[in-house]
Design a protein around this ligand. Structure first.
Ligand code: UDP
Ligand code: MG
Length: 314
């Protein structure tokens, strides 16, 4: 029988947290009205995580395990779990027990209300302030401003998704932080509810403050995707046109000085600036054309659609 809900959990060196996590999941799954499964993806752990999972499969009939050949990163591990999930609703969860599996039924209730994405919000977050909560506050605010997807807690992995809006979304690099934005690109209805949060009792965080610049770059990528994913020429072309127009005007002006007033222009910095602007501008236009070809190859070669249907009647 197909499960109704799939709980997807990436795990990297989480041997200490896993036994308790599985125990908690067991009671949650028993309490759910529909049959459910848990998909744990071992992301190339170097501790006893895979052994523990192999043992657990014998004990828990709802457990399915994927063991990756090496550490591919949280995004890749999540993608593996999501692709292999069979439920109509997919819940993502960290393995470290900072989120509480007991919040899952409340997320599912919201999905039943009709939302496509229900995001967990760690309102009382139990992490260090300076190194975690403050940067994350700023990041959430900035992401909300730039993408228009205003949820409080992008970093919280505990989220529930209707399968149609998340399956097939390519979560490259570290884009797992931006899954709500990626689903928004498909027109998902998104909401959030407060969830519990606990201090990390086992193991340690896999990320440090160095993620800041990666989040910023990914945010720029989201900005680009949201507006120009199917028309990159409009982005590159606009910048290209402005720059080449500026460069062209400058060179025109200098030619005028040279030809009409016979002034020498060879030593003028303006000459260099004009040439630079022209070259850059024309280059950007070319980049835009190339990007257009890439976009077409991307959609047509993969069979992806540039639209997403919510309902079909009758
Ligand atoms: N994780 C993973 N592969 C990695 C890094 C992390 O599967 O390369 C998992 C990790 O086991 C945890 C989740 O992703 O279940 C989130 O990681 P972590 O708790 O270290 O991140 P934080 O909560 O500190 O942002
Ligand atoms: Mg964590």
């Amino acid at each position: 029988m197909e499960p109704a809900v799939s709980i997807v959990i990436p795990a990297y060196n989480e041997e200490e947290a896993l036994p308790l996590l599985l125990e908690k999941l067991d009671s949650v799954i028993r309490s759910l009205p529909h049959p459910s499964e848990v998909v744990v993806v071992d992301d190339g752990s170097r501790d006893r995580t895979p052994q523990i999972l192999k043992e657990a499969v014998k004990r828990y009939p709802w457990l399915r395990v994927f063991i990756l050949r090496r550490n591919f990163g949280q995004s890749a591990a999540l993608t593996c779990g999501i692709e292999n999930a069979r439920g109509k609703v997919i819940v993502t969860l960290d393995a470290d027990l900072q989120n509480d599996p007991e919040d899952i039924p409340r997320l599912l209730e919201k999905i039943e209300e009709g939302y496509d994405v229900v995001s967990g919000w760690r309102r009382e977050r139990r992490d260090p302030f300076l190194s975690r909560r403050l940067p994350s506050r700023l990041a959430n605010w900035l992401i909300g401003r730039i993408t228009g997807v205003k949820i409080h807690d992008y970093g919280c992995t505990l989220k529930a998704y209707r399968r149609e809006v998340i399956q097939g979304i390519p979560i490259y690099g570290e884009l797992h932080r931006f899954i709500p934005v990626l689903t928004d690109l498909r027109g998902a209805m998104i909401t959030e509810i407060p969830v519990r949060h606990h201090p990390r009792r086992f193991g340690k965080s896999k990320y440090g403050i160095s993620r800041t610049y990666r989040v910023l770059l990914d945010l720029f990528l989201m900005f680009f995707f949201q507006r120009f994913a199917t028309r990159p020429l409009h982005f590159f072309g606009l910048v290209g046109l402005v720059l080449s127009a500026l460069g062209f005007s400058i060179e025109l002006y200098l030619s005028f000085l040279k030809l009409v007033y016979h002034q020498s222009i060879g030593q003028r910095p303006l000459l260099l600036l004009g040439a630079l602007l022209l070259i850059t501008g024309v280059n950007l236009l070319g980049t835009g054309l190339l990007a257009e070809l890439l976009v077409r190859t991307y959609y047509e070669g993969s069979g992806r659609k540039i639209y997403s249907v919510r309902e079909r009647l009758p």
